[in-house]
Design a binder for this molecule. Sequence first.
Ligand code: GDP
Length: 306
Amino acid sequence: MFNSLSDRLTATFKNLRGRGRLSEADIDATVREIRRALLDADVAVPVVREFTSAIRERALGAEVSGALNPAQQVVKIVNEELVEILGGATRTLVLAKVPPTVIMLAGLQGAGKTTLAGKLAHALKAQGHTPVLVAADLQRPNAVTQLSVVAERAGVPVFAPHPGNQGAVDLDVVIGDPVGVARDGVAFARDKQHDVVIVDTAGRLGVDAVLMQQAADIRAAINPDEVLFVIDAMIGQDAVATASAFLEGVDFTGVVLSKLDGDARGGAALSVAKVTGRPIMFASTGEKLTDFEVFHPDRMAGRILD
Ligand code: GDP
């Protein structure tokens, strides 16, 4: 994902090796290189601006004495600032004191929500939880069936209206009432003592007022402990506008970056946490159930600067 950015930054730091004290001109040249590398990686302009001015300020003020030479000092500063824009500390799921923990997924169509539902359920099940998936995406004819397939693969039940309900759970909700499905799904989880309920919701290809309202209505109806905004890391510059629209329309507690296995430039990953003030919690890195990891800002920064 970050290969090109990583190479550019490494080359920039290489130029500093073997130098004694860095002049202001050296620092400015380095910061300019970093700025170009970030912009070419599709990182949002305001994020780049804030990031580079923090680096410039800290590099200018850095003490020369100490164990690190100037080049190492710059790398350390960039690393710390990268961790910062990626959200700082690792943030894990908040589980409800009284089960079930309700997790709602939101995001554009194709972002990877349904896939994530399966991965999350699979990971939680491996930790001893008893998740159930709820198919509240009634927008696409195929979505309910797709979630049922994902649930079966993850070995967890699905709460879904017909016709996608593959016999796993029977119920009579009205098709076309996603808020009702979500609410009944949470009630079902409570009844059957599932300790986690993951609610998949509909998304359009672009930000859409009706679906945004639907997601907001679902949120109001089920009062989730976590709302995870799933975003395709490949969408580049659109990431910030999309994330901001969901923040305003639905609000969310955390971000999941999907398709981090792709070779896109990574700008979404580096912009979304900073712009929305919400932490990146998980990364989806492929189509298999196990292509899923907790997102660690420090490890990601380390990978970028490797
Ligand atoms: P939804 O519309 O948000 O529910 O998105 P889906 O879960 O249906 O995913 C859309 C497409 O992206 C599917 O073909 C998935 O297999 C694929 N996909 C989802 N997550 C990933 C990922 O992390 N990496 C890759 N390479 N593909 C993914």
